[in-house]
Design a protein. Structure first.
Length: 441
């Protein structure tokens, strides 16, 4: 075993041994050995000069390197697209020199807002009057269309304008025959008592007969035909004109009127007791003015003189009463025209048309007892109401006297004047001034 020693850290040289300088520069001393047989030095302690020689190169040549692969064919390069020349950048125009503002002292900060004791209510949205009026107009139009549709479906109809041999040819203008029937059909005993109808009297008769002529131009003519007029009834001899309605209904009455007047009838409408009174109540009553008090127990009325508003029952008694007048039936037809004009004015007023409740009651009350010809429609009635609402000329068939015959007391027409009156109507001419009744609309 070879003796070795650690490097001398003290710096003193040992007395014997071989000195070895390590690769890191430190010295080692080995004991023993001769120059011919030097001591064994571990590889880790060998000096740079004592490092073994590298092995001799081998005589065998290295194997040849493989030949490089043949070069790949050059790839075709895509044609280069030249980029468009850059757009020259325009410099903005120089800003005008601004004058230096003099320095201002800093502003004081605004004081904090005061805290309110309560939050104010939010502002209300303004009401748009135009939009409300628009909606109201739409509702009004829809309501009127619905009412017209209802009336058109619910109208009572009768074949009143039946043809007959020798019928009067068509005459110019438009002619309506309006009647107020005294039929009690549809009325209960209590309603008959309230309206003072006198109970069931058998076949219906008519207390009101009006010929309405709407000319091509000018005011509408309203001619009353007294119910006690003594005329010829086709197939039934001579009788009061309202007997024609009791005998043969609307067709025979129209035939009788056409033969007696020479005027062609184009439209027909009749209304019963209940419908008339209901229409008056629907519009809130009708105001009239009378010169003398009227007390007629048979008509169920007791009215003082002066202006007053009549309800349905009083209005029906007013247009039926005749026993308290000296000229009886002639005064009654004047009252009928006066009241009809007032009723139409109230029914077509803005207060009625713009009130859907009142308008609905008016339509329902009248439609139940209203009868028209098969060829008439709701627009025909609307044209009639509009024509009668405006300016009118009122008259009564001229009467020459009265006479007691087998059917009772009857009125005899003034043949000359009556013929002139109806000739003017048939030719669409103004009626004679002498036959115009004061008080027309």
């Amino acid at each position: 075993m070879t003796n070795d020693r650690r490097p001398d850290d003290s710096g003193e040289r040992p007395d014997e041994g071989t000195q070895i300088i390590r690769r890191d520069g430190r010295k080692y001393y080995l004991e023993g050995g001769t120059p011919e047989n030097p001591p064994h030095v571990p590889p880790s302690m060998q000096a740079w000069s004592a490092a073994p020689n590298p092995p001799a190169p081998s005589a065998t040549p290295p194997p040849p390197r493989p030949a490089p692969p043949p070069p790949s064919p050059p790839r075709a390069e895509p044609p280069r697209v030249e980029a468009p020349p850059p757009i020259p950048r325009r410099d903005p125009p120089p800003r005008p020199a601004t004058r230096a503002m003099p320095s201002q002292p800093p502003k004081r900060p605004a004081p904090p807002p005061r805290r309110q004791a309560y939050a104010p209510p939010p502002p209300r949205r303004p009401v748009r009057i135009g939009k409300l009026l628009k909606y109201a107009a739409i509702l009004l139009i829809v309501g009127m269309i619905a009412s017209f549709a209802y009336v058109e479906i619910a109208l009572g109809r009768v074949d009143a304008l039946a043809d007959y041999d020798g019928r009067v040819a068509d005459t110019p203008g438009t002619n309506w025959l309006l009647i107020g029937a005294d039929s009690r059909a549809g009325l209960t005993e209590q309603q008959q008592a309230e309206l003072a109808t006198g109970g069931d009297v058998g076949a219906a008769r008519t207390d009101t007969i009006m010929l309405v002529h709407i000319p091509k131009s000018g005011p509408t003519d309203i001619i009353s035909i007294p119910r006690d007029s003594y005329v010829s009834i086709p197939g039934n001899g001579k009788d009061k004109i309202n007997a024609a309605f009791a005998i043969g209904g609307a067709p025979l009455l129209i035939q009788t009127v056409e033969i007696a007047t020479g005027v062609h009838i184009d439209h027909y409408a009749e209304i019963g007791f209940g419908g008339f009174a209901g229409m008056v109540d629907a519009v809130g009553g009708v105001k009239i003015c009378i010169d003398q008090p009227i007390d007629d127990p048979l008509a169920g009325i007791n009215l003082p003189a002066g202006c007053q508003t009549l309800n349905g029952a009083n209005a029906l008694g007013f247009v039926r009463t005749r026993h308290t007048f000296a000229n009886a039936d002639l005064q009654r037809v004047q009252n009928q025209r006066m009241f009809l004009a007032a009723l139409l004015a109230k029914a077509t007023s803005i207060s009625t048309i713009l009130n859907p409740v009142r308008l609905g009651m008016l339509v329902h009350s009248g439609i139940d007892s209203l009868t028209v010809d098969n060829g008439d429609h709701v627009w025909s009635l609307a044209a009639l109401v509009w024509a009668m609402r405006g300016q009118t000329v009122q008259s009564t068939v001229p009467v020459g006297g009265s006479e007691n015959v087998d059917v009772g007391n009857v009125l005899l027409w003034d043949t000359t004047r009556a013929s002139a009156l109806f000739e003017a109507i048939a030719n669409d001419q103004p009626i004679p001034e002498a036959d115009i009744t004061p008080g027309g609309g």
